[in-house]
Design a protein around this ligand. Structure first.
Ligand code: DC
Length: 230
């Protein structure tokens, strides 16, 4: 069976990883969460005082990149890969609102993107990969056989993210999460380097009212229609 590349882009917290994970499990592909890489760089900079009080010097972040070694290891419980920063599993720490608040400014830096994109391309070099992010179909894998652009109603996204963070024991407010999502949507789609845009050949998936299984059905049907082997 021919293995393909599936690129999923879209706004923050619109369920990209849920679809990507389900799809990868169904197809026997690997799932790569590219946002986790930008989050890991941000976490490192927060931990090392390179980002302080919401501010940073770009050159210091670029210099820190040489000390950041990212690896990924499959976690059978979550059926996806955990992110390791210099050997430490940081999967939980990269999902905090503190990291979410600084990740968009960090991901704007040209050299940060250059390094992360190189890593992403190497991880998808042999196909059989589902990768989600902001610039996967437009920049990382412009030749991906299947591209999805995901979106969902902002109220639905806020509620989903609040539920997710509270389930992890983080006491967040609806207002803080809404503000963070709107800020990231704006910054991610207006930055100079590879902003979030819908690739012309991407298929839109609005999942405001779709369950996980309905989304998976939608994509599998689409693959059949596009004569991509499932
Ligand atoms: O998918 P996520 O919410 O975990 O991503 C966190 C941030 O990382 C997002 O707000 C912008 C950045 N990002 C990016 O610039 N390019 C990607 N391919 C993935 C994420």
């Amino acid at each position: 069976m021919k293995r393909i590349t599936i690129a999923i882009d879209g706004f923050s917290s619109c369920g990209k990883s849920t679809v990507a994970r389900a799809l990868a499990a169904r197809l026997g592909y690997s799932y790569v969460d590219s946002g986790a890489m930008y989050r890991a760089v941000t976490l490192y900079c927060l931990q090392h005082g390179i980002i302080k009080d919401g501010a940073f010097v770009e050159d210091e972040i670029v210099r820190a990149l040489d000390h950041i070694h990212l690896t990924f290891q499959f976690n059978p419980a979550s059926r996806s890969s955990d992110t390791f920063l210099n050997g430490e599993n940081i999967e939980k720490q990269i999902r905090t609102l503190e990291v979410s608040t600084m990740v968009s400014p960090v991901s704007k830096i040209k050299e940060v993107r250059r390094r992360m994109v190189a890593l992403q391309r190497s991880m998808g070099a042999h196909k059989g990969v589902v990768m989600d992010g902001r610039d996967i179909g437009t920049n990382v894998f412009p030749d991906a056989e299947l591209k999805l652009f995901m979106t969902a109603d902002i109220d639905v996204r806020v509620q989903r993210r609040v539920d997710e963070l509270r389930a992890k024991g983080q006491p967040v407010s609806l207002d803080d999460v809404r503000q963070n999502l709107m800020m990231r949507d704006y910054e991610d789609s207006h930055r100079k380097e590879n902003p979030l845009t819908q690739a012309p050949d991407a298929v839109v998936l609005d999942n405001s009212e779709l369950s996980r299984d309905q989304q998976l059905d939608f994509v599998l049907k689409l693959m059949e229609e596009m004569k991509l082997e499932v």
